[in-house]
Design a protein around this ligand. Structure first.
Ligand SMILES: CC(C)(COP(=O)(O)OP(=O)(O)OC[C@H]1O[C@@H](n2cnc3c(N)ncnc32)[C@H](O)[C@@H]1OP(=O)(O)O)[C@@H](O)C(=O)NCCC(=O)NCCS
Length: 162
């Protein structure tokens, strides 16, 4: 069984390890970025743990004013507003050996429910073209090309109304 909980600073190295297993270097968030995200936005940073307390998945992103993600969010962090705004997802990753067991769905659903409880308007994220169907299956709408140049590739804006 897997449990979803908020991230804490003790999780830092595990979180960095999962990110680097799942994303190439130009797309992976850095340790410095994760320190800031755990410090400022632990309320919208979740980890999935197995029955032994091993972290096997992460989802994180700040609450933002705009409906779509901008590149500055990848390096800068500030506290989330108590209520309202849009919940972004900057990263969703599951350790390769634990993929295809529904862990990413559990993480996203948890993030969405927490965001809904705080009156956030949407969940907003960017993904590459091959992941558009993955997020559509989870109820996200393809809103077209993003302005983001993160990692030097083309991204699509995907949003879900809460
Ligand atoms: C994408 C990722 C988070 C999925 O995690 P996961 O825990 O294996 O996902 P789930 O088990 O919850 O799968 C949910 C559904 O999505 C499907 N799916 C998984 N990866 C997919 C992909 N690359 N493309 C399309 N569908 C995919 C699964 O088959 C499953 O569908 P089903 O329930 O009908 O069988 C994981 O593969 C990962 O960390 N990849 C590397 C990092 C990454 O690319 N992150 C997201 C990109 S923005």
């Amino acid at each position: 069984m897997f449990k979803i909980r908020n991230a804490k600073m003790d999780d830092l190295q595990d979180v960095v390890d999962i990110e680097n297993l799942c994303f190439i270097k130009t797309e992976a968030a850095t340790k410095e970025a994760f320190i800031k995200r755990i410090q400022y936005t632990p309320d919208s940073f979740f980890v999935a743990e197995d029955e032994n307390g091993k972290i096997v998945g992460i989802v994180n992103g700040p609450v933002i004013e705009n409906e779509f993600i901008t590149d500055d969010l990848f390096s800068e962090s500030k506290e989330n507003p108590k209520l309202g705004g849009h919940q972004s997802v900057l990263g969703l990753a599951v350790t390769p050996q634990y993929q295809k067991r529904g862990i990413s769905s559990m993480l996203l659903t948890h993030l969405e429910n927490e965001a809904k409880a705080k009156n956030r308007k949407t969940v907003t994220l960017t993904c590459k073209e091959n992941f558009v169907p993955f997020y559509e299956k989870m109820g996200y709408m393809n809103r077209g090309l993003s302005e983001s140049g993160h990692g030097g590739v083309t991204w699509y804006n995907m949003t879900k109304k809460l």
